[in-house]
Design a binder for this molecule. Structure first.
Ligand SMILES: [Fe+2]
Length: 260
């Protein structure tokens, strides 16, 4: 199996991810061992304080891919971004940046969004709608790590129903982000609210980089169909700018926690 990781902080020196090229190469090595062939580099972007990180990204990935080729590592990195949900996104047209550079693989279709860790900004739903009006498909990164959503998971269903795509972190499912994120991550999968899994890796020791292991884990816990959708079909669709499939019914072998 060849996996695509649509969310990674593998690009170095741009945010709190890889600190240098050597770390990027170690992350790529760990991903390759886990079956990943394509990584979308998604440095944090905040339109309220736009730095130069995205300007440097394509050149930096060229250098990284050159090194990967020389080391005969069969994995390549492509450009993207992880954009913070805030009111600045309601005026993204005025930002000094081309919209495509905010989208995954610069395809002009999918935009990866993240929330602050503790709350859901009041503007969130307006932001999703504004982006959709502009022809973009929002993907919400790791809702299972947001404390407000942990306390009120009904909101995840509401976001799902607004046609926002849901990306859960692989690391959350194996406890890398703590007990709460693990519980809510599996809850999202068991309720068929997830469209995608991705590593959100910031360093090589993130065990969520082993996609083979995660694939087997999901097959055992929910279904093969869900594992294929979340780790193979939908990441491929995002990478190539095609339409995502909606979650398939998963047979939960262990329902837990909250009720909608
Ligand atoms: Fe991230």
């Amino acid at each position: 199996m060849e996996f695509i990781d649509i969310h990674s902080h593998i690009a170095s020196g741009l945010d709190d991810g890889a600190k240098d090229l050597q770390t990027s190469l170690e992350m790529a090595g760990a991903a390759a061992r886990g079956g990943v062939k394509i990584i979308i580099a998604t440095p944090h972007v905040n339109l309220e304080s736009l730095g130069e990180s995205l300007d440097n990204l394509p050149l930096q990935l060229e250098e990284l891919n050159r090194e990967l080729q020389q080391r005969r590592l069969a994995v390549r990195a492509y450009p993207g971004a992880e954009v913070r949900v805030n009111t600045a996104l309601l005026h993204f047209e005025e930002a000094p940046i081309h919209l495509d550079s905010l989208t995954l693989n610069h395809g002009g279709k999918y935009i990866l969004l993240d929330l602050p860790q503790m709350e859901i900004p009041l503007c969130a739903e307006e932001v999703f709608f504004h982006l959709q009006l502009a022809g973009l498909t929002p993907i919400l990164a790791h809702p299972e790590r947001n404390l407000a959503l942990y306390r009120n998971p009904q909101r995840i269903m509401e976001i799902f129903q607004k046609d926002v795509k849901i990306q859960v972190n692989t690391g959350s499912l194996i406890g890398y982000h703590g007990r709460k994120a693990k519980s809510l991550g599996w809850y999202i999968l068991e309720r068929n609210l997830a469209h995608l899994l991705a590593s959100d890796a910031h360093r090589p020791l993130n065990h969520g980089l082993d996609f083979h292991y995660l694939y087997q884990n999901i097959c055992a816990r929910t279904s093969v169909e869900q594992a294929q959708l979340l780790l193979l079909n939908n990441p491929q669709a995002v990478f190539s700018g095609k339409t995502l499939e909606n979650p398939v019914p998963a047979i939960s072998k262990k329902k837990r926690g909250w009720k909608f």
